[in-house]
Write a protein that binds this ligand. Sequence first.
Ligand SMILES: Nc1ncnc2c1ncn2[C@@H]1O[C@H](COP(=O)(O)OP(=O)(O)OP(=O)(O)O)[C@@H](O)[C@H]1O
Ligand SMILES: [Mg+2]
Length: 256
Amino acid sequence: MSSPSDLPLLRVEKVSHAYSPETPVLAPVSFDVADGEFVCIVGTSGSGKSTLLRIIGGLVEAKAGAVWLAGALSTEPHPEIGFVFQKTNLMPWRTALENVLLPLELLGPITPTHRSQAMALLELVGLADSAHSFPAQLSGGMAQRLVLARALVRHPRLLLLDEPFGALDALTRERLNLELLRIQTSQQQTVVMVTHSINEAVFLGDRVLVLGEQPGRILAEIHVDLPRPRNLALMGSEKFGALATEIRRHIGLVEG
Ligand SMILES: Nc1ncnc2c1ncn2[C@@H]1O[C@H](COP(=O)(O)OP(=O)(O)OP(=O)(O)O)[C@@H](O)[C@H]1O
Ligand SMILES: [Mg+2]
């Protein structure tokens, strides 16, 4: 008999999708994510990565297949799932702190405990000094960290990240990758992250799923057996380079 701990936190089972009958966007896609695991999804533009993430988050209904969260069928937005979208969708008239509190406000009245939880999260993402700033007063990287704090405020068991750092410069992106790793380690957070950056996927992930296009399907699953904790120096290692090349080969960027 299986115990709940044997169950994957997330099971994506033969999920397929089409926005119109003549153009399938996702072929049946299946994979599991274990509790505490960090899974990255890479693939060319239009391969259905955001669609897949939205189906997992219950924001788009799959045409076929099922999404299971801790063994229970998941069909709509779930309080145990935090989502960071491809574009920041902060409320411009609310301060940083008020933006983080928003998901809690939807559940009921805000208490002093909620406020201190939100402040602790702002601290975690390095924004304690900007708690009373408005989004327009934040840099791009700060806004992304704020979105991350907001996604974490309900202590989601599963965090879905859709290219959270895609619009940022390379230096800010590297710094945020390190912060994300730190947060993920300290909270033992389960993460599924879509990224265009193969290096980012190898650096962060325990596993990388390579999605092929038209319709999107899993071409390869790469286990990233690099030691943790990870640091940026790892990117220069032979093993790191070999993993990145293997992924590029599956996407068709490297011959052989
Ligand atoms: N709401 C929608 N209605 C109709 N077609 C859509 C919709 N959203 C996405 N598509 C189409 O579905 C396909 C997959 O889109 P999706 O956004 O999932 O790709 P993606 O892999 O996330 O791309 P990118 O890397 O550019 O973000 C694309 O051909 C896109 O045009
Ligand atoms: Mg996308």
